[in-house]
Design a protein around this ligand. Structure first.
Ligand code: TYM
Length: 328
């Protein structure tokens, strides 16, 4: 059976981008593959060196995974920092990762621009750690959103390089995976770009209905089209993309027809979109609150996940060490 790995950084709550880009795929994949889903707490140190209460951030995301339906009886759910073997593989991969290629990565350049006073070595080697997360379980498939495509390219690159240098086939080349025809990019509603925590435009699964209504009603639009069947400018396209992701097809078609006939009322469209988001998030929100209050259950899931992930990680490391020449 093929193996799947994916992770999310615990730098905030889960938002619609995380859900539709990644978690939605986890839910189907856990029935079809051997899955490892983790919380990337080490990765969050690249941007948040003093993360405060890491433990409670981790538990927050864990409760959200579980509330979405990620099931510890079907897959392994673990915390990255519980599997120290990942660090040894990270070190091995770093020995064959070159400054020039790491510096050229778009996500590194972006982060370096955002935090010019903290361009740390962890940020530079973010992608060797990400590759280690994936390769430690010799994963074939990685469910991620569109924003991770270049990162996945690099993970394949490091896998190929390791295999070549040590004359092995230890690592399969991991592929990004999604059930939809294309990787999903959930847009922000603030005019351009994707929804994200650091973009400050996220709609969270845990948001109260009033907060969701407020965020959606603030979405950027324009005066409306004056010519039938006009091309939609980016902010308007984003609103439609969001509706396509969250609402029923006939709701989308209704507003799309109105747009094409120059009769669109963005206020009505936003109201509808907000209600559709709320119907989707409300039951999840209730489950998050319920799961988060059961710390004993979370402890059990964390311990069980760590054990399962370590078992798989140790097997890979034994092989990797041998290939490099370490005999113990
Ligand atoms: P992170 O924590 O930024 O996001 C977690 C997941 O959510 C997806 N995502 C989106 N998808 C579509 N549209 C959006 N607006 C959107 N925003 C976020 C991301 O694509 C991702 O799948 N580097 C990773 C964490 C990581 C990882 C890994 C992932 C560390 N090691 C190994 C997979 C395998 C990250 O920062 O994701």
């Amino acid at each position: 059976m093929e193996t799947v790995v994916s992770g999310i950084r615990p730098t905030g709550n889960l938002h619609l981008g995380n859900y539709f880009g990644a978690v939605k795929n986890f839910l189907r994949m856990q029935d079809e593959y051997k899955c490892y889903f983790f919380i990337a707490d080490w990765h969050s140190l690249t941007t948040h060196p003093k993360p405060g209460d890491v433990e409670s951030n981790v538990r927050k995301i864990l409760a959200e995974y579980l509330a979405c339906g990620v099931d510890p009886e079907k897959c392994s759910i673990y915390v990255q920092s519980d599997v120290k073997e990942v660090l040894e593989l990270y070190l091995f991969l770093n020995m064959n990762a070159y400054l020039g290629e790491l510096e050229r990565v778009t996500s590194f350049k972006e982060k370096a621009r955002q935090q010019p006073n903290n361009v740390n070595a962890g940020l530079l080697t973010y992608l060797t750690l990400m590759a280690a997360d994936i390769l430690i379980h010799r994963a074939h498939k990685v469910p991620v959103g569109k924003d991770q495509e270049q990162n996945m390219e690099m993970a394949r690159h490091f896998a190929r390089r390791f295999n070549q240098i040590y004359g092995s086939e230890l690592f399969p080349e991991p592929q990004s995976f999604h059930y939809s025809a294309e990787a999903v990019k959930v847009p922000g509603l603030d005019g351009s770009g994707k929804m994200g925590k650091s973009e400050g435009n996220a709609i969270y699964l845990i948001d109260e209905p009033a907060a969701i209504r407020k965020k959606v009603m603030k979405a950027v639009t324009d005066q409306g089209p004056t010519e039938p069947n006009s091309v939609k400018p980016e902010p308007v396209e984003n609103l439609f993309t969001m509706m396509k992701i969250v609402s029923a097809q006939d709701t989308y078609d209704y507003f799309n027809d109105k747009y094409n006939a120059c009769e669109i009322r963005y206020g009505d469209m936003k109201k509808q979109l907000a209600e559709d988001i709320i119907s989707f998030t409300s039951p999840i929100r209730e489950r998050i609150l319920e799961v988060a209050s059961n710390q004993e259950y979370l402890n059990k899931v964390i311990a069980q996940g760590a054990e399962q992930a370590r078992e798989s990680a140790v097997k890979t490391l034994i092989e990797a060490r041998k290939l490099i020449g370490f005999s113990r």
